[in-house]
Design a protein around this ligand. Structure first.
Ligand code: FAD
Length: 282
């Protein structure tokens, strides 16, 4: 056990805030807390040997604009503000990123009303959206065909693993890798004591659960009953053999029957183009 740093009300704490999970949510939580209240002692416990080994480091790498979300909703406000903050963060720390813009393309007539609704949503969310007729699509993507499309100006791509690493470093938090939380002892007014798989005990005044797909299990460890179970899905991608066919990001109009954005073409920061993801129960 490392040195005890604080004693409050007779309880010895190793830190003020214990964050479980070293993906982008856990690391940005640590970053935000140490920025908001300098001097707060934050410890992040991550079961893998490094940051961003799960969803954060294995996604499409897209900085979403917020075009899909209901105007005024928390999701819309967070996405619009978050996209701008992400670009600023990447620029500040020299993390590879690009604001490429993206196309959402309708290929069937029944998609046109939904495409039009996205234009309205995007504009209400303050996002630069341009409507394109079939012949205008080639201005952005010469190899793409469709009935109509919209161009969303603020979508981009970035290196999310680089972002996660930088959040960890800039937060000043203690990050412990290889530290899987296997038990949580929570006592009213006395904070939490967490046991790791390696047998270490870490005590904190509060715990923030950022365990991604394991959030429900970690919640149960603390004695909470979240009333739901996370059903994990894995997304698989193909690599386009001829990346020169796609300049930026090309998406379908989302199908409301599914909670996914649909299979898209994404030119990443490395210049390769991914096609995907599908959604496979994992
Ligand atoms: C296929 C796919 C594509 C996506 N594409 C995009 C995209 O292009 N743009 C975008 O913005 N979003 C995208 N997303 C969503 C985005 O990736 C996630 O919302 C985000 O990464 C979630 O971050 P997280 O920190 O909550 O989860 P994770 O990155 O999964 O982190 C959770 C961490 O908790 C750790 N953990 C779990 N249990 C424990 C434990 N008991 N003890 C210690 N540590 C533990 C895990 O090891 C993991 O590192 C995509 C998601 C998927 C699945």
């Amino acid at each position: 056990m490392r040195e005890v740093v604080q004693v409050r009300a007779g309880v010895a704490y190793d830190c003020d805030v214990l964050v479980v999970g070293g993906g982008i949510v856990g690391l940005s939580t640590a970053y935000a807390i140490t920025r908001a209240v300098p001097g707060t002692r934050v410890t992040v416990l991550e079961k893998e040997p490094g940051p961003a080994r799960h969803q954060t480091g294995r996604n499409s790498g897209v900085i979403h604009s917020g075009v899909y979300y209901r105007p005024g909703s928390l999701k819309a406000r967070y996405a619009v503000r978050g996209a701008a903050e992400m670009v600023k963060f990447c620029a500040e720390y020299d993390i590879p990123h690009a604001v490429t813009g993206k196309l959402i393309v309708a290929t069937e007539r029944d998609e046109l009303p939904r495409l039009h609704a996205l234009v309205q949503r995007g504009r209400e969310n303050g996002i630069p959206v341009r409507e394109l007729g079939a012949s205008q699509i080639a201005e952005y993507e010469p190899e793409v065909r469709g009935l109509a499309a919209i161009h969303v100006g603020t979508t981009g791509v970035c290196d999310f693993v680089g972002v996660a690493r930088q959040l960890a470093e800039a937060s000043g938090a203690e990050i412990r890798y290889g530290a899987q939380v296997v038990r949580v002892d929570r006592r009213a007014g006395l904070g939490v004591a967490v046991l790791t798989g390696a047998g270490d005990v870490v005590r904190g005044r509060v715990l923030v659960n950022c365990a991604g797909l394991y959030c429900d299990e970690v919640a149960r460890m603390t004695g909470d009953e979240p009333g739901m179970r996370i059903v994990p899905f894995r997304g698989e991608y193909y690599e386009l053999a001829r990346p020169e066919l796609v300049r930026g990001l090309v998406y379908p109009v989302p199908d409301p029957a599914f909670p996914f954005l649909g299979v898209h073409l994404t030119r990443g920061i490395d210049g390769g183009v991914h096609v995907g993801p599908n959604a496979v129960p994992a």
